[in-house]
Ligand binder design. Structure first.
Ligand SMILES: Cc1ncc(COP(=O)(O)O)c(C=O)c1O
Length: 473
């Protein structure tokens, strides 16, 4: 049989790689054996007794109610197309064409796609940047207030909490401000589904008052990829419009494997999550301290709180900076994979990121620590360049939803300055756009993209050093 995809997946398993990436179940380590044994048998459809995701009245509704209780929501909706579909539904339920929405410039691609789908107009909130790590950190509540005061047409505010690296802005203050101005707060909590199960982790956005929170259950909890939940936290949301929107963005054949996997993850976390998280948090504190004792390597801890708009930190994320070894994150990631059979969640210019979940224990943490200590033997030759002008303020020339009507052509990055981008330019991971369709390409952006490209970072929207621009604009 010729099955290249299955072969590639099988090879990954056979290579015996230790995962510090999603999904949170880490190869099914803590998923019930009985459930796994039945996996093909429960791949069912809408049948008598199995309910219907688009109009739940039976076990799906019951499971959603249990999830709402466990995560602290008024109402919860299962998603089988990841947080991406929940973001689309949340935007479609709260925004109409021409409405303004306040979003972080370092938002995930799904929020930018939501602009195209809704025809809403973005107003950008600049994140604070840690130029030592080259990471976009938090946003300031004062900046949210300034934007709302200045622009009365903003209807919705979308905040990412926590960010990919585990850094959390002051969501309680942001929530208070957004509601004082009578606006709606949608939180992209893709990376924070585990917060509900430990008071040693940051508060949940629902506790802070979010009107809608969307969480990827698959990222940090023991559930299969694509399983997410959209939670409603207040009465400010028109539930009928939200349900209609959810139907637009979800398949009519939702996977019962995914839906039951959300249910199983919720039940596991309710039964064992708090205790498991206690020990995982201790292990994370231990490894973080040890990493910070290694010369040339550093990992932000709680000391970051109060800087860069950071109010709290998810300690289960380890953003490890290797620039002191003159290695790029990409080089360090490759060493860990090739020499130590460890796969990180992601690597960027100067960092590698590990996701630790309830499926990890002392053994995995010790293997990771040993490998990271060994990175000292691989001193690299990378010149550490501080780029503090890449975040040029974007200038929107054409609305994201209208760019598709323009003819496009490819130009070399060297000749792109001043032209209007015809596509997203997104380093992957973390999936955060440097340029969006319809924006003027600026000098700092070209410089930053060229640097990432030359360091071997995968960038969607760049091919052979060329990018797509709109013709005749
Ligand atoms: C911050 C953020 N939001 C949203 C998403 C989309 O989540 P999903 O992959 O569950 O669709 C991601 C995915 O990586 C993300 O990092």
């Amino acid at each position: 049989m010729i099955v290249p995809l299955y072969d590639a997946l099988k090879k990954y398993i056979d290579d015996g790689i230790l995962p510090f990436h999603m999904p949170g179940h880490k190869g099914g380590r803590i998923i019930s054996r009985e459930y796994l044994k039945n996996i093909a048998m429960i791949d069912l459809t809408e049948l008598p007794g199995t309910d219907n995701l688009h109009n739940p009245e039976g076990p799906i509704l019951e499971a959603e109610k249990l999830a709402a209780k466990a995560f602290g929501a008024k109402e919860s909706f299962f998603l089988v197309n990841g947080t991406t579909s929940g973001i689309y539904a949340a935007m479609a339920a709260t925004l109409k064409k021409g409405d303004k929405v306040l979003i972080q410039r370092n938002s995930h691609k799904s929020i930018y796609s939501g602009l195209i789908l809704t025809g809403a107009y973005p107003v950008y909130l600049s994140p604070m940047i840690d130029f030592d790590y080259e990471i976009a950190m938090g946003v300031l509540p004062e900046d949210v207030e300034k934007a709302l005061k200045k622009d009365k047409d903003i209807k919705v505010v979308i905040i990412t909490y926590p960010n990919y690296y585990g850094f959390c802005p002051d969501i309680s203050r942001i929530s208070e401000i957004v509601h004082r101005y009578n606006r709606i707060l949608v939180v992209d909590e893709a990376h924070g589904a585990h917060f509900a199960f430990s008071d040693k982790l940051p508060i949940t956005s629902l506790e802070a008052g979010a009107d809608i929170a969307v969480q990827s259950i698959h990222k940090t909890l023991p559930a299969f990829t694509q399983s997410s939940i959209l939670h409603v936290g207040s009465d400010r949301i028109d539930i009928d419009r939200l349900k209609f929107s959810l139907r637009l963005f979800q398949t009519t054949s939702p996977s019962y494997i995914l839906m039951s996997s959300i249910d199983m993850a919720r039940a596991y976390m309710e039964e064992k999550g708090n205790k498991r998280l206690d020990s995982v948090i201790d292990l994370c504190n231990y490894i973080r301290d040890e990493i910070n004792n290694i010369e040339g390597i550093k990992c932000h801890g709680k000391d970051i709180i109060g800087r860069y708009g950071i109010k709290d930190l998810d300690v289960t994320k380890l953003a490890i900076n290797v620039s002191g070894l003159r290695l790029t994150g990409l080089e360090a990631e490759k060493i860990l994979r090739d020499k130590f059979k460890i796969q990180m969640e992601m690597a960027d210019l100067y960092n590698i990121l590990a996701i630790i979940t309830v499926a990890d224990g002392e053994e995995e943490i010790n293997i990771l620590l040993k490998a990271i200590r060994s990175l000292r033997n691989y001193k690299g030759e990378t010149d550490i360049i501080k780029i503090d002008d890449f975040c040029d303020c974007p200038e929107i020339v054409i609305m994201p939803a209208e760019v598709f009507q323009f003819r496009k052509n490819m130009v070399s990055l060297d000749n792109a300055e001043g032209k209007i981008s015809g596509d997203f330019i997104i380093p992957y991971p973390p999936g955060i756009p440097i340029i969006c369709p319809g924006e003027r390409i600026k000098k700092g952006m070209v410089k930053y993209i060229s640097l990432l490209y030359n360091k071997g970072i995968r960038i969607i929207g760049v091919k052979d050093f060329k990018i797509k621009v709109c013709e005749n604009v």
